[in-house]
Write a protein that binds this ligand. Structure first.
Ligand code: 13P
Length: 292
């Protein structure tokens, strides 16, 4: 599993992490990855995991792995409690993002370290490999459409010195950074990456952790490409899929008021989601990166 991110680091491309909470969204993501022969991460937030079910998410992903022979990583996105993280690990998740970014720096280090220690124990006991991601900086927004203007402050950004200290003290595999990104799509704009800050963080870390960009929807494509060139190896996307899902569903229901068969209603939505994921995979440069 870690090899997938290692390869991305070496090849200067990023693996897309796409959120899902329904079987058809997962299917669309996997079919896009299959079409483009791309490694893929599928994620559930705590809320999404609550809806789809953690053991159910694991079973669905495993069925897709067998069916497609793709190395699909199942990730818990923004895990905030050790209790939920333990549940995800017991169910069989492959990767855990612990988000302690709302805590003070010292508390974030201490809690992240607890999570990492627990996960290393699980790896040893059950001979598993699990990717652990920590987060530093204040990531604004939520995975939805925002009408207000996005204002990111200098102090929200990840500090390069803290990033190095955090990696050394916690031993995480990956680090989610705040460099002008935010969750969601802001209609008035405002998501602009501070690529100098990313360069400074990368130089401080010297490849000791995989760099992760959250808030992948709404960032100018040129910025995303440049961030990947500078070392981002995982880009998280959620809102772009949510928006397409909702818009296409509304259209479908309006255009076909008599239709009652769920798979007929959902088929065009799945296609639209697949197209979005394929565009992202191409943007991230991760197509044709699987050696079968
Ligand atoms: P967006 O909703 O902006 O795509 O961000 C998703 C994300 O970062 C999930 O962790």
């Amino acid at each position: 599993m870690k090899e997938i991110l290692k390869q991305a680091q070496l090849g200067k491309y990023a693996v897309g992490s796409f959120n899902f909470s329904t079987a058809e969204t997962l299917k669309a993501i996997v079919l896009a990855a299959k079409n483009l022969n791309a490694p893929i991460i599928v994620s559930t937030s705590e809320g999404e995991a609550e809806f789809v079910g953690m053991p159910e998410a694991v079973a669905l992903v495993e069925a897709w792995r067998i069916g497609t022979k793709l190395p699909i990583i199942l990730n818990l996105d923004h895990g905030k409690s050790l209790e939920k993280i333990k549940k995800a690990l017991a169910a069989g998740y492959d990767a855990i993002h612990f988000d302690g970014s709302e805590l003070s720096y010292e508390q974030n280090v201490a809690k992240t370290k607890l999570v990492v220690d627990y996960i290393r124990q699980v790896e040893k006991t059950f001979d598993r490999q699990i990717i652990v991601e920590g987060e530093l900086g204040y990531l604004r927004g939520s995975s939805s459409l925002h009408k207000e203007e996005l204002k990111i402050k200098e102090e929200d950004l990840t500090s390069p010195d803290q990033a190095r200290d955090f990696i050394e003290k916690t031993g995480v595999d990956s680090l989610a950074v705040v460099i002008g990104n935010a969750h969601g799509i802001f209609s008035k704009g405002g998501e602009k990456l501070n690529l100098e800050r990313l360069t400074d963080i990368r130089n401080e870390l010297e490849g000791k952790a995989f760099l992760v960009l959250h808030g992948g929807s709404g960032i100018p494509e040129e910025d995303v490409k440049e961030a990947i060139r500078l070392g981002i190896v995982k880009v998280n996307v959620n809102t772009d899929l949510r928006v397409v899902y909702k818009e296409r569903l509304s259209e479908q229901l309006e255009d076909n008021p008599e239709e009652t068969t769920p798979y007929k209603i959902l088929e065009p939505i799945l296609e639209a989601l697949r197209e979005v994921v394929e565009e992202k995979i191409k943007l991230f440069g991760s197509q044709d990166k699987i050696k079968l």
